[in-house]
Design a binder for this molecule. Sequence first.
Ligand SMILES: [Zn+2]
Ligand SMILES: [Zn+2]
Length: 142
Amino acid sequence: MSAIKELEETLVCHKIKPTAMRLLVLEYLLDREAAVSLTDLYKAFVKSDRTTIYRTLKVFEENGMVHSIDDGTSVPKYALCEDGCKCDIERDLHLHFHCRICEKTKCLTSYKIPEIVLPPNHEAEEANLVVKGICPQCKIES
Ligand SMILES: [Zn+2]
Ligand SMILES: [Zn+2]
């Protein structure tokens, strides 16, 4: 299976119609190890229309292919969801790590947050657990 075919399948799996822009953005996200902001995407695709990039990301988010992370920097970051994740608040709660030196935010997908129990009549819509500190790379360099 060619790389493009694989990208297309990922989109189709999430009920997203493959377009050239969507394939490019997906490829870009797959190459990143840190979560990206909209500004990162604009910089990566300077020749593309910003509205198209924004809509692409929103379609990915609405179809459960990416999730947004509020890392406290006031700039939302986006990361690809794990395979098979439906961005269900109860099932996909993993930790995020924000490094205060390189300012990268990463998904720690294998570090799940235990189920959060809320008082009766409280309906959760989103939760964000971001741990702040120094990442391994910055630790080595310091
Ligand atoms: Zn760092
Ligand atoms: Zn994440």
